[in-house]
Design a protein around this ligand. Structure first.
Ligand SMILES: [Zn+2]
Length: 344
């Protein structure tokens, strides 16, 4: 089968690899019908050291179950399933708390010998705890939105949950990528009254407005901080959804949070330590977040997608086949595309 392998920064290839097969009795094999390229895939695309074996790519997909191991009970061949970006057993105490990304058996697709989802098929470990069967057919019109349950919509929602967003709040979303846009959707869904998006790409901030953003701040650094304070009566916002992961983004987040506010971090941190420890302390600011337990959030978000109340699939602005994946990376890295959908 064909799969996407990254060999170095800027070097993504689609190659023939062995077909996946059942290894453990708890495995399933899924034939991918829709996958996508993630903003987090752009980090290695920018800075990966050359590797002879390469890195298997992709962690978001919807597909058809093709085969299951002897112990799999929750899904069967022919089921259409959404795959969260992490696999989990669904049984340990963290899974039962709804924190599947901290499962004692957690793993992330594309790592530890498990191939990635930008491929024709993949092996799903712990299929019962991981896969979520969808109540629709593979040609359903809402497929792009359903695909976001794999990662970006659940991740934006996690940022909003950790930031404690509640009805009437003033909220800021730092970052205008797909996760930031889903963060806007999540904040509005949870009742935020004012939603300020910090981003510099007008096509993206225009889309954010359509999803419920009330204000756009295109400035950065100190100017962005001043602008957010001005928009919020001088105090800052109750909750910040930090959807970037750079030192500048977390610093801005801490400066625009009002006293007693909270920051939900879902951008993978590319900084060694959280800055501004003293102001954070004296403002009683809470900072939390991490890999989103998107498996837990599907139950809550799926009905809103099926009813058309939220349309996170609008983050996709380009569709390619597997052969178009390398150019899809380039288009996202060049900010030509917000998020690329892959139809293998
Ligand atoms: Zn678990």
């Amino acid at each position: 089968m064909k799969a996407t392998i990254m060999y170095a920064a800027g070097d993504v290839r689609v190659e023939d690899v062995p077909d996946p097969s059942i290894v453990e009795p708890t495995d399933a094999i899924v034939r991918v019908t829709s996958a996508c390229i993630c903003g987090s895939d752009l980090w290695p695309y920018a800075d990966m050291e050359p590797s002879e074996t390469g890195q298997s790519m992709g962690h978001e997909a919807i597909g058809l179950v093709e085969e299951v191991g002897a112990e799999v009970r929750a899904v069967k061949p022919g089921d259409l399933v959404v795959m969260p970006f992490a696999y989990s057993d669904g049984a340990c105490e963290f899974c039962q708390e709804g924190l599947q990304t901290e499962c004692v058996h957690v793993g992330f697709f594309g790592n530890n010998g498990i191939n990635g989802a930008q491929a024709e098929a993949l092996r799903i470990p712990l299929a019962d705890g991981t896969l979520f069967p969808l109540p629709v057919g593979e040609d359903h019109a809402l497929m792009p939105s359903l695909l976001t349950l794999s990662d970006v919509m659940g991740t934006g929602h996690h940022a909003a949950v950790v930031a404690g967003v509640k009805p009437g709040d003033a909220v800021a979303v730092v970052g205008d990528g797909a996760v930031g846009l889903c963060g806007v959707i999540a904040a509005k869904r949870l009742g935020a009254e004012q939603i300020i998006i910090l981003g510099r790409h007008q096509d993206r901030t225009d889309l954010a407005r359509e999803h419920g953003a009330t204000d756009v701040v295109a400035e950065r650094g100190a100017e962005a901080v001043a602008r957010v304070r001005e928009l919020t009566g001088g105090f800052g916002v109750h909750g910040v959804l930090e959807c970037v992961g750079t030192a500048g983004a977390i610093e801005t987040s801490l400066e625009i949070a009002r006293p007693g506010g909270a920051i939900g971090r879902v951008g993978v941190p590319h900084y060694p330590a959280i800055p501004l420890a003293q102001p954070m302390f004296y403002k009683n600011i809470k900072v939390g977040g991490g890999p989103a337990p998107v498996r837990a959030y599907i139950d809550e978000l799926l009905p809103d997608i099926l009813d058309g109340r939220i349309e996170p699939g609008r983050v996709f602005d380009r569709t390619v086949g597997l052969d178009g994946v390398p150019d899809g990376y380039r288009a996202m890295a060049d900010r030509e595309s917000i998020k690329v959908l892959v139809k293998p």
